[in-house]
Design a protein around this ligand. Sequence first.
Ligand SMILES: [Zn+2]
Ligand SMILES: [Zn+2]
Length: 403
Amino acid sequence: MKAVVWHDVGNVSVDSVPDPEIKHPADAVVRITTSAICGTDLHFVRGTMPGMRPGTILGHEAVGVVEEVGPQVRNFNVGDRVVIPSTIGCGSCAYCRAGYYAQCDNANPNGRDAGTAFYGGPRQTGPFDGLQAEFARVPYAHTNLVPIPPGVSDEQAIMVSDIFPTAWFGARLAEITNGDVVAIFGAGPVGQLAALSARMQGAGRVLIVDGNADRLETARLQNAETIDFNSEHPVESVKEMTGGIGADRVIDAVGVDAQMPKSGPAAAEAGQMVGQFGDEQEKTAPRIAPRDGLWEPGDAPSLALRWATEAVAKAGTIGIIGVYPPQHESFPIGQAMNENLTLKMGNCNHRAYVPGLLSKIAGGRADPATVWSQQKTIPTAIEAYERFDKRVPGWTKVTLDVA
Ligand SMILES: [Zn+2]
Ligand SMILES: [Zn+2]
């Protein structure tokens, strides 16, 4: 079959690889119909999430049709349409039962303390082959497949594989209550859906910060109040827009590949942090391979967290869903301490939210496909990676039509 394969930092290609097979009685093999490229995949190619094993198939977002099931899969039939949630749980341990699928005791072959198991990630996450392929093996398939209700399209369902649950989880981490002013850092696909989630969870106002005009335009179309960090200082603007108080709740939907502002008052201030950011980058991304403007790691790893800490009101909450690797150690803890902030973070427990979000979509109460911007196929996936990496206007979320 054809699949997108990680070879090295800065080196991914579409290769012919062996079809996956049932290895364990609780496995299923799914024929992928739609996959997607995620900002997390870019971290692996840029080197800002190190530890990838050469030969790993990339991708952790997919929708498909059940092709084959092992004898321990009693709840799916060949031919069922399913979403594959990005993170892998066993469905039996205490963590899975409590809804903490991303902290499952059994799914990660590296042991219970190794952290989240997911498709297409670094060694410490499995590694499991990913979902940017024609077929995929799904372990503990009784738990890690979710049926798609009638009337929900592939374009809608693919958003529920990772980014909508992650955004929803971010809004939950931020403890949004009715009437809250919520500020979201990052207007990429997850940030856009965080705006939708925040509103669905009761936010009174949603402010969104980014430096890309097309992404801010998309956010404004869903009535979020936009802030451009390349022309204004985002922290000052949040304060100004909230009577000097700040946002009650902040969601970091940026993560380690945060970029320095290129112009405006925030650029001058961030410029004084170049040394600090350089040290952070060395630690988080020891190996990088940028070329011709491609695969550039973010040059300000902790900037979104710093802005979040300054833009939140005293005694407010920050929910962190932007990705940071274990090596990232930079956070303004003193400031958070002295403002009685609440910090919550983590990898999304996708499986806990996927069924509920699918039923909201089926009921017409949410349409996450509004952030979907480009559709490509597996043979043209590398070109899509490159455009998404360069943040070419209009390339906010790329889905891959596989079938
Ligand atoms: Zn993703
Ligand atoms: Zn488990």
